[in-house]
Write a protein that binds this ligand. Sequence first.
Ligand code: AMP
Length: 190
Amino acid sequence: MSKLNIVLFGPPGAGKGTQSEFLIRKYGLIHLSTGDLLRAEIKAESPLGLQAKEQMDAGQLVPDEVVIGMIRNKMEANLEAKGFIFDGFPRTRAQAIALDEMLAEKSEPITVMLALEVPEAELVKRLLNRGATSGRSDDQDETVIRNRIREYEQKTAPLKEYYSAQGKFKALDGVGSVEEITTRLMEAVG
Ligand code: AMP
């Protein structure tokens, strides 16, 4: 059976992490979140973590080669997976090209890109709420939050066209209850 490789796409605060948890359980996928991987590096005080922290704290993207290397390592450590859910990756065109190349080596292309759409005012509200409980410093400062949304609009949103050109882009309304959005995602996976 071919693998199910999902790119879960959307701006910061769209609900990618929350919805990933359900998709992982339902389809038995491995979760690859570059944000989680980077936060683990920071916690471990690794050289990579120390380098990435400054950019993350400012709400800027870390360099492509850093996240591409992390994803490559994780994919190679999980060769038997039924598929992957990519959460917060790719975020630039260079990352999307590198991901396609890595998957082509294994003849397991991306199945679908599911994009959660949420208006900016709602994103800022959700992230500030999350910041109050998660301890994530990049969720506690509205300037940093707005920088992250700008980075998304400038560098990441154009990937909709990249995946559209491959016939893989599906947009979903990301506003509603967690369960409602889960149902929409399931229907989109088919
Ligand atoms: P996230 O948890 O996905 O919101 O990511 C938190 C922060 O980690 C982002 O604001 C970026 O600084 C960094 N980051 C996570 N994933 C990527 C990526 N694919 N490319 C560049 N930077 C990333």
